[in-house]
Design a protein around this ligand. Structure first.
Ligand code: GBH
Length: 483
């Protein structure tokens, strides 16, 4: 499979390399000669450039047109849960300003937009009677994108769960309700939307919500119930894959967006690379590993013992449903080395001096995007992979001249795209890249204190201002190369 990809790919790369490297074989740098080439890292023709957002982070309109309350409405309105009590009540008001946002996308020249659907707009109570106005909104957004030649990539669940579902992800019924919602909404959008992702980042809405308590619903449950929550999450994904396939035209591409821990070998030797693969498989055990293999790894079940999840007949078949693509959200690396422990690997401790971006968790290691792709494809032979998120926060300042010169964001993105190019050039089937994010938005527990957009948003006036990074990304897209 990969051999074929590599060979097919070779042609496109060779073609663009001919232009790309023309200046290398004949350097003409003398004064008065044509300027040196602007870029050398070209992407293959047809590579999809996009931006990503998520419903609760950008839409606002929390009570508009019959939307039901969600876990994040409740959580963000609970004192002490988010930065300065920030909520997504208004956010970027994209519920009303979506046409303006599509214009921003158009100006960038993107080919794709990754957005999510608010389940509670479609089913205000999570199940039961649908709200036609919710569907109408997404019909309008999708039509606006298509009218501008932008391909919608739709995530069905990016953490905003209808509050009315009793027990949230602690209940198996929520997985079933999710499948029904997935069936309903993809049936209505599937004539125009051909790429669906079920869920975004299992660990964030399970572990952070139910084990660490940092995200909605803010619980700190013991291991057994946490494993059951995790099981319901991957089951929801699996049942939704089946539901989407049953309700959309053939050819519809179904995947998910996952932030598997990205391991990077400390040294690129065979031994450390193999250790990195073992670590990737083991430490993503309850999530991506089980989804890709249709089976909980024995080591995970053994480790969890009596706390292992309760599985019903049919669950694992659903969970292991074949996917058309895998989406990976990639931000930070973890370094791994081979050792002679039973597991055969050791995750390195992070030195206190390790550099990070504006969010303390966002440590910098651009090679994580290369290894993030390579680990997943080598382990599970996925036919297609997308970077469904990559980006950074920055201490952006809007000057009186109306500029935001986010050179740190450009540095971060440029280095990641250079490393992603390595994966592409080696023949890994990377189909596209979605930059997180189009706009500054509600950054969950960090509220509006952390800005991830390539457009600056004044949250008082809702004015959007392109940052330097937007200008930079536009040039990347126009040239199909790292600039
Ligand atoms: C993604 O999560 C999300 O999909 C997206 O919605 C979000 O806006 C974006 O990244 C930027 O954060 O505060 O030290 O406990 C990325 C994974 C998991 C990273 C939670 C931040 C909190 C770390 N995120 N994590 S900490």
């Amino acid at each position: 499979m990969k051999g074929i990809t590599r060979r097919l790919f070779g042609k496109t790369v060779a073609a663009s390399a001919a232009t790309a490297f023309a200046g290398v074989s004949l350097p003409r740098l003398a004064f008065g000669q044509p300027a040196p080439r602007a870029s050398s890292l070209y992407y293959p023709k047809g590579f999809l450039w996009g931006c990503a957002t998520a419903a609760y982070q950008v839409e606002g309109g929390a009570k508009d047109d019959g939307r039901g309350p969600t876990n994040w409405d409740v959580f963000s309105h609970t004192p002490g849960k988010t930065f300065q009590g920030d909520t997504g009540d208004v956010a970027d008001n994209s519920y009303h300003l979506y046409k303006e946002d599509v214009k921003l996308l158009k100006n960038l020249g993107v080919g794709g937009y990754r957005m999510s659907i608010s389940w509670a707009r479609i089913f205000p109570k999570g199940r039961g009677e649908a709200n036609p106005k919710g569907v109408d909104y997404y019909n309008r957004v999708v039509d606006e994108l298509l009218a501008n030649n932008i391909t919608p990539y739709v995530t069905l669940f990016h953490w905003d769960l209808p509050q009315a579902l009793p027990g949230g992800w602690q209940s198996r019924d929520t997985s079933k309700a999710f499948a029904d919602y997935a069936a309903y909404v993809t049936k209505r959008l599937g004539d125009r939307v051909h790429h669906f992702m079920t869920t975004n980042e299992f660990a964030c809405f399970t572990d952070l919500g139910y084990k660490i308590g940092q995200f909605a619903p803010g619980l700190k449950l013991p291991a057994g119930p946490v494993n059951q929550v995790r099981h319901h999450a991957i089951l929801a994904h699996g049942l939704a894959v089946q539901a989407i396939r049953a309700n959309t035209p053939s050819g519809t591409q179904v995947g998910l967006a996952e932030n598997a821990i990205v391991y990077v070998p400390v040294i690129e030797t065979q031994a450390h690379i193999e250790a990195t693969q073992r670590a990737t498989r083991e430490d993503n055990a309850p999530f991506l590993t089980t989804v890709m293999e249709g089976k909980y790894p024995d080591s995970y079940l053994k480790r969890e013992g009596a706390n292992a999840p309760k599985v019903e007949p049919g669950d694992m078949e659903a969970i292991g449903s074949k996917l058309d693509f895998v989406g990976v959200n990639i931000y930070t690396p973890q370094y791994v080395r081979a050792d002679d422990s039973p597991a055969g690997y050791k995750v390195e401790r992070q030195p206190g001096s390790y550099p990070h971006m504006a969010s303390p968790w966002l440590t910098i290691g651009p090679e994580c995007i290369y290894w993030g792709v390579r680990n997943v494809v080598d382990l599970w032979k996925v036919p297609a992979i997308y970077i469904t998120e990559n980006g950074t926060s920055s201490d952006d300042v809007l000057t009186s001249a109306g500029r935001v010169d986010d050179t740190d964001r450009v540095m971060y993105l440029r280095n990641h795209l250079s490393q992603l190019h390595r994966a592409v050039a080696e023949g890994y089937p990377v189909k596209g890249y979605f930059l997180w994010s189009l706009l500054d938005n509600f950054e969950w527990a960090d509220g509006y204190s952390k800005r991830f957009g390539i457009h600056y948003v004044d949250f008082k006036t809702q004015k959007r201002t392109p940052k330097l990074s937007a200008e930079w990304y536009r040039e990347v897209i126009a040239r199909n190369a790292v600039v």
